[in-house]
Design a protein. Structure first.
Length: 314
């Protein structure tokens, strides 16, 4: 099996994990890691037994595929350079800082015949994968993503930092278009929004209510979905999916009601994400989370931010 020559651009908190996964995968050869901090690049390179660079352009002639995990403001320039050099890209979320930038990257990838995948990690969570298989007509979705404060990720607001994961999931599950957005948010510890709530209404009649906070005193990652005769609930931290179904059959917790809790063993969604990216690179198939999907999640996140600004003006 021929190995795919890969690299990682930006080896901060997330990029370091990307490098570790490439180094561990049998079908990848980690050619190098890049960071503008030479000490950081050297530490990760030594850990992963590869070469360190401070200028990503020195790495490009040596690789077929890269992960881009630089700060969001640098995504557009770096991803664009990679695509123009004929390199397939896995870009951490959000894909870019604006929809216009994201659209340019998607168009460029298509024109160059390159794979562009976006790092929406929850698509590779086993409990969510099972939920997705069971969804057929979502009517109401309730999501809470609450985390402790961390300095990393604060280059963007909480909608683009945390809520965007769930926006990607909602857009993947609900057909149709968003017709109404109501949103509120507050800045507490940073100059941007740290806690946000958004209510989305789709032309199918489905409602999604999302709350994201990066200033919580406890961590919570729960995804609940209601559809005719079925309630599905994922607790990401407990790694379990609860399924409540109206079967019409006798027995169960109530007459006609069946409850099943499916527990999943510890998994490595990032390893699955990178393995899926390498599979797309090898087969030239559309990735699980395409550049187009990343662009749509970003567009919705920015629409939510606009709705919050409008609400504050009233």
């Amino acid at each position: 099996m021929e190995k795919i020559k890969a690299g990682v651009i930006g080896v901060g908190y997330l990029g370091r994990f990307h490098a570790q996964k490439y180094a561990a995968l049998a079908n990848a050869e980690l050619m190098g890691v890049v960071d503008i901090d030479p000490d950081k690049a050297s530490r990760v390179a030594q850990e992963c037994q590869t070469r360190a660079y401070t200028d990503y352009r020195e790495l490009l002639p040596q690789v077929q595929a890269v992960s881009v995990a630089v700060p969001t403001t640098g995504h557009y320039a770096v991803v664009q350079d990679c695509l123009r050099h004929g390199i397939d890209v896995l870009a951490e979320k959000p894909l870019a800082t604006s929809v216009a930038e994201a659209e340019e990257l998607v168009t460029l990838a298509r024109r160059q015949g390159r794979i562009l995948q976006v790092g929406h990690l929850e698509r590779f969570n086993p409990a969510m994968e099972e939920l997705i298989r069971r969804v057929h007509d979502p009517r109401f979705i309730e999501i809470h993503r609450l985390s402790f404060f961390k300095e990393r990720g604060t280059d963007v607001d909480v909608v683009r930092d945390l809520m965007i994961h769930d926006l990607d999931l909602v857009l993947a599950l609900v057909p149709g278009q968003v017709t109404e957005i109501r949103a509120a948010g507050v800045s507490v510890l940073t100059d941007s929004i740290d806690l946000a709530n958004a209510r989305l209404e789709f032309d199918t009649g489905c409602i999604a209510n999302l709350t994201a906070s990066r200033i919580s005193i406890k961590s919570m990652r729960k995804f609940r979905l209601f559809q005719p005769h079925t309630y599905l609930s994922v607790d990401f931290e407990a790694r379990e999916l609860m399924v409540v179904e109206h079967t019409g059959q006798p027995g169960g917790i109530l007459p006609g009601i069946h409850l099943d809790t499916i527990k999943f063993p510890p998994a490595d969604p990032l390893m699955k994400e990178i393995a899926a990216f390498l599979e797309a690179v090898a087969t030239r198939q559309e990735p699980v989370v395409s550049g187009e999907a990343g662009k749509e999640a970003l567009a919705l996140a920015l629409d939510i931010n606009a709705a919050m600004r409008l609400a504050r003006q009233k």
